[in-house]
Design a protein around this ligand. Structure first.
Ligand SMILES: [Zn+2]
Ligand SMILES: [Zn+2]
Length: 206
């Protein structure tokens, strides 16, 4: 069975998710953000070692610990359109003034791939709008939405490569059109359900 540990990290409290098959001792990290230590504590408590890092986008609050876990051998996946953020100011680390840990992704995604890691499969959906390279990941009935979709909200589009029209399209025409219901694990704030957001989100169809 897939288990998920949520770890809110850093000044912006981005949600890092430790995702694992409970019959194994390896784990996937979704968005290891700006607090390596808290993530390590949770990994130790659960006796898990990270094997893969799936980034929803390139903002520092979602990826500033990627370099540290990559040094342990975890493979980094991210969309190619956000790769530029791994080595430029576009990752917005200046928002909190902290240093940014540049890193090199191992796999650049385009969307549509299925990633097999730690006995689980993750489908990659390209959902641009918050950033050009924002993606969501689906495993079973769980949807990781990064800063694309939140509980009763959506991500901001005023940062570099953000685009409100694209975000609207990604949420309404891609996420809200997915068949079936999903538990939504957003990049900030509380968990929600796709069926709930389809009805109550600011981008819900009226
Ligand atoms: Zn962001
Ligand atoms: Zn964020």
């Amino acid at each position: 069975m897939i288990k998920i540990i949520m770890v809110p990290v850093g000044l912006l409290q981005a949600n890092c998710y430790i995702v694992h098959d409970d019959t194994r001792n390896d784990a996937v990290l979704i968005d290891p953000g700006d607090d390596e230590e808290s993530i390590r504590v949770e990994l130790l408590k659960a006796r898990l070692s990270p094997k893969a890092i799936l980034l929803t986008h390139g903002h520092f609050d979602h990826c500033n610990a990627a370099k540290a876990f990559a040094a342990d051998g975890a493979k980094i996946y991210m969309h190619n359109a956000d790769e530029i953020m791994t080595r430029t100011r576009l990752n917005m680390s200046e928002l909190t003034g902290g240093p940014f840990n540049s890193f090199t992704p191992d796999v650049l995604l385009n969307g549509g791939e299925t990633i097999e890691e730690c006995g689980m499969s993750f489908k990659v959906i390209h959902t641009p709008g918050h950033t050009a390279g924002s993606v969501c990941y689906i495993t079973e009935d769980k949807l990781f939405t990064g800063d694309t979709l939140f509980y009763l909200g959506v991500g901001r589009t005023d940062l570099p490569t953000g685009n409100y029209r694209e975000l609207e399209h990604s949420v309404r025409d891609i996420l809200f059109k997915l068949k079936g219901d999903f538990a939504v694990f957003p990049g900030h704030g509380e968990l929600t359900a796709l069926s709930f957001e389809k009805e109550h989100n600011m981008l819900a169809e009226i």
